[in-house]
Design a protein around this ligand. Sequence first.
Ligand SMILES: CC(C)(COP(=O)(O)OP(=O)(O)OC[C@H]1O[C@@H](n2cnc3c(N)ncnc32)[C@H](O)[C@@H]1OP(=O)(O)O)[C@@H](O)C(=O)NCCC(=O)NCCS
Length: 170
Amino acid sequence: MKIRQEQKDDYKKVYEINKEAFNQEDESKLIERIRASEGFVPELSLVAEQDNEIVGHILFSKIKIIGEAEYESLALAPMSVVPKLQKQGIGGKLVTTGLEIAKKLGFKSVIVVGHEDYYPRFGFKKASLWSIKYPFEVPDEVFMVIELVEGSLEGKAGCVQYPKEFMEVE
Ligand SMILES: CC(C)(COP(=O)(O)OP(=O)(O)OC[C@H]1O[C@@H](n2cnc3c(N)ncnc32)[C@H](O)[C@@H]1OP(=O)(O)O)[C@@H](O)C(=O)NCCC(=O)NCCS
């Protein structure tokens, strides 16, 4: 299994696997909007490939934390693995590879809204520990953040601001 940067030729397949994993097209459409936005980081749209077949995808894109100043961060969303190959570690490999690349690119932190039993294994912690707030009402334990550089979130309390492309509903 190989993790590599998504290429234009992969877009159709990425649309399909997200549709299959989520059982709806919202996330596939969100990915299309993010690709066309300023927050898109091509190096952080990754696919998992097995036997020349794309079986998983993860996307990290730029967001801001607005506090005393504006701090750049990344949001992990969405991620997907084709249902028949879930629970074999492909998702985990996408997350860890993505975090490594994000760190190499100089990003300092990543936020995620997701399952509280899943993301902590990669080092994500509740964002409330740093008084980082989500722009919508979500349970405290599902809004998480990871420091890619230790201490980088100290004193960076604030509220997450997504680019408008995240919010558009078709
Ligand atoms: C979430 C997802 C990408 C994980 O991929 P994966 O390849 O199955 O992940 P891994 O094999 O690395 O890890 C599997 C673990 O994730 C857990 N997990 C997966 N989906 C979960 C969920 N919805 N709720 C809680 N835990 C979940 C599994 O229980 C398993 O835990 P275990 O290791 O303790 O048994 C995949 O399940 C998926 O595509 N789900 C549908 C889409 C989705 O919900 N995406 C996440 C939100 S953006």
